[in-house]
Design a protein around this ligand. Structure first.
Ligand code: ZN
Length: 77
C-alpha cells in the first residue's frame, strides 16, 4: 500500500484494479489500471489510478463505469 495522493481521503489496492482500462484524456491512448484506488469523501467517489505509457504519467480518474467495482474492491480490503 502506497501513500494516499494529496487531496484524497482513503486509498485501496487490488490486482483486480489492474484489469481496468481507460482512454487517456491527454493523448487518447488506452491506459492500464495500476491497481490503486483513491477515495474522495467530498464527492463520495472512488478514483481509479491509471498509467499512461506514452507520457509516463500516473493519472487518477473517476468514471461512473468504475465506481461500483471500485467500491467492491475497497470493501474487500
Ligand atoms: Zn496519455
Amino acid at each position: 500500500m502506497g501513500k494516499t495522493l494529496d487531496g484524497f481521503d482513503r486509498h485501496a489496492s487490488s490486482p483486480r484494479a489492474k484489469t481496468l482500462r481507460h482512454r487517456c484524456p491527454e493523448c487518447g491512448q488506452t491506459m492500464r489500471g495500476t491497481g490503486k484506488l483513491y477515495y474522495l469523501a467530498q464527492k463520495d467517489a472512488w478514483f481509479v489510478e491509471y498509467f499512461c505509457e506514452r507520457e509516463q504519467e500516473i493519472i487518477p480518474l473517476w468514471s461512473p463505469d468504475t465506481q461500483k467495482l471500485a467500491e467492491e474492491i475497497a470493501a474487500d480490503g
